[in-house]
Design a protein around this ligand. Structure first.
Ligand SMILES: NC(=O)c1ccc[n+]([C@@H]2O[C@H](COP(=O)([O-])OP(=O)(O)OC[C@H]3O[C@@H](n4cnc5c(N)ncnc54)[C@H](O)[C@@H]3O)[C@@H](O)[C@H]2O)c1
Length: 336
């Protein structure tokens, strides 16, 4: 299959591109390198530098290299930035997203897998979070992801677009080749590892939550498990596949949670990092941050049922160890 991967030079995208290439698919990456890294794109995939929101470029790419399906990983994805600059998030994630969908419609591409997020749920009212929970995002980032999911639903009925939105919780770990480099970095595990290296100060926000050790609990999933889910989800968008068909057989949009099914507290992450690095983790304690629910954990039963997917590397120690191995091999991140 020939697949266009937007954001394929980013963290999740680059590991998914590795998996696609390893499975024998032909891959074109469309990435504007605003946050991604040229060096993260594995040999065997072709990188086109530019935005999925650039209609003429998209048209040219799809005309030169017709694709069977799209994996849409690219997005603006910083919660704080989205609150300060919602215009950017609406322009990119929603406006750019619709430009992408229009380009696909024009080119007759009817299969898409979307990197969605747990942020579409907002603060959960029951746990673990199921896909039929209310979508009530509490920031523009989550809201723009919800909007794009909505567009996918309407495009299914009107234009026959089959899609799977994968709602990731927390992605972590590294493949041998690619790891997590964000600037700014807002994710706990890379920040814990950078604290070990003395590259940043680490604060644990809140130790008085109603959780067993008082710190927040989140659901971490290994980035390679996520990459496998992408391949399985792409299969589910095949023409006539019942998983992306409504009762009448017409195309439909599916949304699935991806998570480990359990959660790990901040203190458990620190303990796993101590084990992986053999070092004490220097950290301070701060107050709770507004908008941080005590527990965010996925019910991923539906992804197991529908895709036959289950995490192969659910162990926190292994997830953190893979991130640490990558960090040690790439102390300065990517060369670019
Ligand atoms: N990392 C996580 O824990 C996590 C959790 C939930 C959801 N997600 C979602 O997964 C996706 C990937 O996340 P990530 O951590 O790999 O992010 P990332 O920032 O590492 O990767 C995003 C990539 O998209 C590219 N990009 C951004 N805007 C673009 C545009 N207009 N055109 C082309 N390329 C563009 C960036 O250059 C970057 O390479 C995002 O959509 C994010 O919202 C990630």
């Amino acid at each position: 299959m020939r697949v266009l991967v937007t954001g394929g030079a980013g963290y999740v995208g680059s590991v998914s591109v590795e998996a696609l290439v390893a499975a024998g698919h032909e891959v074109v990456v469309l990435d504007d390198l605003s946050r991604g890294h040229r060096a993260a794109v594995v040999d065997g995939a072709r990188l086109v530098e530019g935005s999925y929101g650039d209609a003429p470029l998209l048209r040219a790419v799809l005309a030169a290299t017709p694709v069977d399906a799209v994996l849409h990983c690219a997005a603006r994805s910083l919660v704080g930035e989205s609150v300060e600059n919602p215009a950017l998030y609406y322009r990119e994630n929603v406006g750019g997203g619709v430009t992408l969908l229009e380009g696909l419609r024009e080119a007759g591409v009817r299969r898409l897998v979307f990197s969605s997020t747990a942020a579409v749920y907002g603060e959960p009212t029951s746990l673990p979070i199921r896909e039929d929970a209310a979508l009530a995002p509490i920031n523009p980032y989550g809201e723009t992801k919800r909007s794009f999911e909505g567009a996918l639903r309407w495009y299914a009925g009107a234009y026959g677009l089959r899609s799977v939105s994968l709602r990731y919780f927390n992605v972590a770990g590294a493949s041998e080749r690619n790891g997590e480099v964000h600037d700014p970095e807002t994710h706990l595990i890379p920040n814990v590892l950078r604290a070990v290296l003395g590259l940043r100060a680490l604060t644990v926000f809140g130790t008085d939550y109603a959780t067993p050790d008082g710190t927040c609990i989140r659901d971490y999933i290994h980035v390679e498990d996520l990459a496998r889910a992408h391949l399985l989800a792409l299969d589910a968008t095949a023409p006539d596949d019942p998983r992306t068909s409504g009762p009448d057989g017409a195309a439909s949009a599916l949304a699935l949670n991806l998570g480990n099914g359990g959660g790990f507290s901040v203190r458990e992450v620190l303990a796993a990092a101590e084990l992986a690095t053999g070092a004490a983790i220097p950290h301070g304690i701060g107050p709770r941050r507004p908008g941080d629910p005590p527990v965010l954990v996925a019910d991923a039963a539906r992804a197991r049922e529908v895709l036959g997917w289950r995490p192969e590397r659910p162990d926190l120690a292994e997830i953190v160890a893979s991130a640490w191995a990558w960090q040690q091999d790439h102390p300065a991140g990517y060369p670019d």
